[in-house]
Structures are given as C-alpha cells and as structure tokens.
Design a protein around this ligand. Structure first.
Ligand SMILES: [Zn+2]
Length: 383
C-alpha cells in the first residue's frame, strides 16, 4: 500500500492512536498535529510519538522505570504533570527535537555541560514564533527520546545537563537571544543552522517540506598556524599574552580562525587592539616562521587599491602602467607595487610605504615583484 496525502500511513495511524491515548485527546486531533508541516522533521525523520511515550518510562536517567514519574513539565524530580493541550503538544515536541538535532551531540569522554534550562530558552528564541513556550521538562524529554547524552551531576533540582556542543549552543543562543553580543565569526555555527531557519519559515507558511536534509561531511582543514598559536597559550611572555587573547576570541566567536600568519594580520586589521598587541603579533609570526620553516610561508597582505593605465609611450610604441596597493602589516600604510610596461622603458618595483613596517618587515628572498611576500626582520635577527 502506498500512502498518499489522503490516506495516513499505518505508522502515522499507530502513532496518532498512541498519542491520543497518552494525552487524552481524540484521534483526529492527534492525527492533525502529526500531519502539520511543522512536525515532519526537518533534520531527520518525524519524531515517533510512540518513542516519546516509551522514553518516559524506559530512559535510564529520566524514565519512571515502572515507578512514579521522574520527569514532568517543569523538569526532573518535580511533581508537575504534563499539560497537554491536544492541539500543539506533539508539534512542539517535534520542533524541539529538530532544534536539538541541529547541534553536534557530545561524544566519547566529553561530559554534557549545557543546562536544560538554558537550552529551553534557546529553543524558545530559535523556534519563535512557531513555538513560543518550551518547558524545561519537554526539552529534557525530547533530548532523552533522541538519545542525547544527559547528566544529572547534582542529583538535585529540576534541571539536568544535555550533551550538545557547548560552543555551538553558545553561538546559536547569541544569534537568536536578545541582549547578547552577536558572534562575529561562524566557526561554531551548526551545520544545519541555516537550513533549519529556512525550513521553519517555509513550514510556518504552510509548505509541506519533503526533501531530506543531508548533513555535510565535516571539513577537516588542517590549520597548523592556528594549532601552533593555541599551543603557545599559557606562556609567560608576550607570545603567551597574545595567543591567550587570540584563543579567547576564537572561543567566543569574536573573530575567525587564523589559518595563516597573513590571516592573523588581517584579523588584527578588523579588531581594535593596542600597539603592544600588534608588536606581539610580529614577534609571534617571526617565531612561528623560525620554528616551523616547512609549513610557514611569508605573507601577502590585503589589496586596497590599484589601477592600470594606457601609456602613449616614449617613441617606441604605446604601453601600460600598473599600480597596486596593499595594506602594510601594521595596517596604517601600504605596500606599493608598480609596473611600467612601455617599450624601451620597462620597470617593475615594489616597496613598503610605511616607516614602521619598513623597520620591521622585509621582502622574502627569491620572489619577483609580482609575487612579493614579507617576512619579519626579527626572523633574521641573531638571538
Ligand atoms: Zn605599516
């Protein structure tokens, strides 16, 4: 038998029957909720009502295990019965399930560290206006039914810890919550974030979304410079100070990851910093290049302008002149590259048009005028 839009599939009928019994509503209302565009599962299969129901008994931490309910509307250890309205209860749980599926679950020895009560607020903000109230108990319930890690380290109170990526949660909370500093970089953005936002808007407008979401393969770009920076955290010198600030900035999504020395300079051009911090950047880059000669490359800086002009020439035919400007490493001057491509008069030159940078940087050897790259003078200093 092929299910069509008019004939609910057998699984859907069974689910609706179980939910109507469990919540004390009629079958038609349960079926209507299960057919809502918002309840179809945007990041995985539609959440099974029967699975939700058995979780309340069978789950090793929050299940009743045949005894008194352990989980209720307000959380664990709270004598708060579920308040089912028969209209949106299942849809809410389906939405909370998708919100949780967006996050990378903790794995291995990673301990759950995101509080259910904090996650409940994030769910409300993220799912608004489709679901404006999420109870602590339902958040825990959906997480338990999904099989996410759950910990109850205090053994007290209504809250538990849920095993979702703490950094991803922090990112989403700051994106959707009010009164938080917005993230300035997206390295902790959950892979499904944009898809889920868009799917919620479409389903909220009544569209039945049938396409499956395919989780992208995690990209594992090696970033040896970033790794080196992080390894220097804790040193008792200017490099330790700089890399400590850098790591905190990455952790808080205040700026992006520096995959190369050039990217670290580019980040410094975007964030406010002290002159001392810039000096520490130059010292760190020199040390990185000295200690990792095989992976460290001399740097190019960001282009800031340039143009090409036709030139009538000097009697031996016409030509062109080119002039390009790049930001200097300290950010207050420029690297200037000029080319005269005129018959009988060809000249190519590049120079550092910044006094501070001229003292601190030099052009790497073995490079042409067009593929110039810079190294700190300190790299060549005899220690
Ligand atoms: Zn400069």
């Amino acid at each position: 038998m092929t299910p069509s839009n008019n004939t609910p599939s057998r699984a859907l009928q069974q689910d609706a029957r179980a939910w109507s019994r469990f919540t004390g509503t009629n079958y038609t209302s349960a079926l209507r909720q299960m057919s809502s565009p918002l309840a179809q599962g945007f990041l995985g299969p539609r959440v099974s009502a029967r699975r939700l129901i058995v979780t309340l008994n069978d789950h090793e931490l929050v299940g009743a295990q045949g005894g008194d309910p352990f989980l209720g509307e307000n959380g664990v250890r709270s004598d708060s019965p579920w308040r089912f309205d028969g209209k949106t209860d299942y849809i809410q749980l389906a939405l909370i399930t998708d919100m949780l599926r967006m996050f990378r679950p903790t794995a291995g020895s990673e301990a759950p560290e995101v509080g259910s009560y904090s996650l409940k607020h994030t769910a409300e903000w993220f799912l608004s206006p489709h679901c404006s109230y999420v109870s602590n108990g339902r958040l825990i319930w959906a997480a338990a039914a999904l099989g996410f890690p759950i910990a109850d380290p205090d053994g007290d109170g209504p809250n538990v810890l849920i095993g979702v990526s703490e950094r991803e949660h922090d990112y989403v909370r700051r994106m959707v919550g009010s009164g938080y500093a917005q993230p300035q970089a997206d390295h902790y953005r959950p892979a499904a974030y944009d898809h889920l936002r868009a799917a919620l808007a479409r389903a909220g407008a009544g569209e039945l979304i049938t396409e499956d979401w395919i989780r992208p393969e995690p990209v594992n770009d090696p970033a040896p410079f970033h790794d080196w920076l992080v390894q220097q955290v804790g040193r008792n010198d200017v490099v330790g100070d700089l890399t400590g600030d850098y790591s905190a900035g990455v952790r808080d999504s205040d700026h992006r990851i520096a995959r190369s020395a050039a990217e670290l300079l580019a980040i410094f051009h975007e964030v406010s910093h002290s002159p001392e911090a810039y000096d520490a950047v130059v010292i760190s880059i020199a040390e990185w290049m000295r200690t990792n000669p095989s992976s460290a490359a001399p740097i190019r800086t960001e282009p800031i302008g340039g143009d090409t002009h036709d030139h009538g020439g000097w009697g031996a035919g016409s030509g062109t002149t080119e002039r390009y400007e790049y930001l200097c490493p300290c950010g207050s001057g420029a690297i200037v590259e000029e080319h005269d491509n005129i018959p009988g008069f060809r000249e190519h030159d590049v120079w550092i048009a910044c006094e501070k940078c001229r003292a601190e940087w030099r052009f790497a050897e073995g490079k042409g005028v067009r593929d110039w790259a810079l190294e700190p003078e300190a790299l060549h200093a005899t220690v």
